[in-house]
Design a protein around this ligand. Structure first.
Ligand SMILES: Cc1cc2nc3c(=O)[nH]c(=O)nc-3n(C[C@H](O)[C@H](O)[C@H](O)COP(=O)(O)OP(=O)(O)OC[C@H]3O[C@@H](n4cnc5c(N)ncnc54)[C@H](O)[C@@H]3O)c2cc1C
Length: 456
């Protein structure tokens, strides 16, 4: 199909006002590759027709939620079309008595939470940039945040999906009951697939009642050893924290400054959040966490509740690389590692050592109870080449530390210049099976080609 032909076909489906092309489409570039057109479908049916045209015209196509995470993934092989989902943003239904809700893929998580809040319910997913992220985008990237400790990830909350496949076929999986699958649980396959298997058009979640009381104990530690001991004791107790986050000295300084919390520089921070229906249950646990922290060497602590509690956790989730986020974009990178819970402090030590050797600025934040460690790296005054060289060595060193513990390290955000030097995904087990699945779902390699693991 010629260029003008497929543009015309798209315009016939969604209306000329909902297709942009040429230089206007440049703002939707991925790793510097601009699409030839961007289309904005408003319904599942329109999305299906758009994909049928994309498939027929052999257009390499990228689904686009809020675009907050387009730096994730390898450099795309080619970009012809972006399918922007911002109009697919409605709440389909909220069966609050059954504790389920169905939402379109392009709805922002923030708007979804607001709708659920009308019945005092919420979805316990708190990914970075939750105010911007769309439900489809967070499912496609399997994004999660500190609350993962208590509620798990999207895999534990998603019970049904409607997916538009690469050729336009629409499939539905699961149902609005919690036990809803006999056979392969196909819903789970789309989670973390980076939009390579289909466009998530609708998703149904099991939702939870809002927490009545929530407070945080923020404990400073002068050494990692002491923080490590506190984590071990909290995890090995009958306490039920909903988040347990360890911040290195730089992250602690940054977050407390931005959240307006008094803090002495040069200390690690361990933040433990507890929620319950009764304030007394929260206070009793917070007291015990404070006691454990002091016993293992914490010199003090801050109790956060109400607005300071919420502000603190938002700042933790939304941290960006660079002092005050001022480093230029091409001199920044974000890495996410997975290690054993008992090795979180070691993952900090390796990161700190390597950043010092390479002269890079670094903030580290870990979900200490899940073993997820995020490294925010930047350089203010170095050349791109120097930054890339330093990062290549840093990635290799931290990745091999994670892999030695059966974990992994992926790059969440990096400039294309760095992506040409490293594999953002690292080695992946079972790649042949994944390639087979991709071949079956998207034989023409229409969706997000080249961006996922092993060049899928
Ligand atoms: C600095 C930083 C740190 C982060 N840290 C973490 C972290 O620690 N843990 C974590 O889990 N996540 C992390 N993320 C990821 C981020 O929170 C989510 O990826 C983001 O919320 C996705 O939402 P979005 O709507 O902006 O997606 P977009 O950026 O628009 O899209 C993300 C990907 O999903 C695909 N996609 C979008 N919508 C759909 C859809 N409806 N159907 C199919 N595919 C689709 C796109 O093609 C793209 O590949 C981080 C992001 C940043 C920028």
């Amino acid at each position: 199909m010629a260029h003008t032909e497929w543009i015309h076909a798209l315009e016939k489906v969604v209306g000329a006002d909902h297709v942009i092309s040429g230089s206007e489409a440049g703002t939707f570039a991925v790793d510097g590759k601009a699409p030839r057109a961007v289309v904005f479908p408003r319904t599942v049916e329109e999305t299906s027709s758009v994909m049928a045209i994309a498939s027929e015209a052999a257009l390499k196509t990228i689904p686009w939620g809020a675009g907050s995470q387009m730096a994730l993934g390898a450099i795309p092989a080619r970009v012809d079309l972006v399918v922007a989902l911002k109009h697919l943003n409605h709440l389909v239904d909220h069966e609050w008595g059954d504790m389920t809700a169905t939402v379109q893929g392009g709805m922002r998580l923030k708007d979804f939470q607001q709708a659920l809040g009308q019945h005092q319910q919420f979805l316990p997913l708190d990914p970075p940039f939750a105010d911007q992220a769309t439900v489809g985008g967070l499912l496609a990237t399997n994004a999660s945040g500190p609350r993962r400790l208590l509620y798990g990830t999207a895999r534990d909350l998603l019970i049904a999906t409607t997916v538009v496949h690469a050729d336009g076929t629409v499939t539905k999986g699961g149902a609005k009951v919690v036990k809803n699958v006999t056979g392969y649980d196909m819903n789970k396959l789309y989670i973390g697939s980076l939009g390579t298997l289909g466009i998530i058009a609708e998703a149904t979640f099991r939702v939870y009642p809002r927490i009545a009381w929530e407070k945080t104990w923020l404990a400073p530690f002068l050494t990692l050893d002491h923080a490590e001991e506190a984590i071990a004791q909290i995890m090995d107790s009958s306490l039920v924290p909903n988040a347990l986050e360890l911040l290195d000295k730089a992250a602690a300084r940054r977050v407390t400054t931005r959240a307006g919390i008094g803090w002495t520089d040069g200390q690690y921070a361990l933040a433990t959040s507890v929620g319950s229906v009764a304030e007394m249950a929260v206070d009793t646990q917070i007291e015990e966490i404070g006691r454990i922290s002091r016993k293992v060497g914490s010199p003090g602590g801050n109790l956060l509740h109400d607005e300071p509690h919420h502000t603190f956790w938002r700042e933790v989730r939304d941290i960006t690389p660079g002092t005050n986020g001022t480093a230029p974009r091409h001199l920044r990178a974000v890495m996410k590692g997975g290690v054993l819970i008992s090795k979180v402090a070691d993952a900090f030590r390796v990161g700190e050592e390597e950043a010092k050797t390479q002269g890079l600025d670094l903030c580290i934040v870990a979900e200490a109870g899940s073993g997820i460690v995020r490294y925010y790296v930047s350089a203010e005054d170095r050349s791109l080449q120097e930054f890339v060289e330093g990062m290549v060595s840093t990635v290799e060193r931290i990745r091999s530390t994670c892999e030695a513990q059966e974990g992994s390290l992926i790059i969440l955000e990096a400039d294309a210049a760095l992506k040409t030097r490293i594999d953002v995904w690292g080695p992946v087990r079972g790649l042949e099976v994944m390639q087979g699945i991709k071949e079956r779902f998207d034989p023409r390699q229409t969706l997000n080609p080249g961006r996922f693991v092993g060049g899928i």
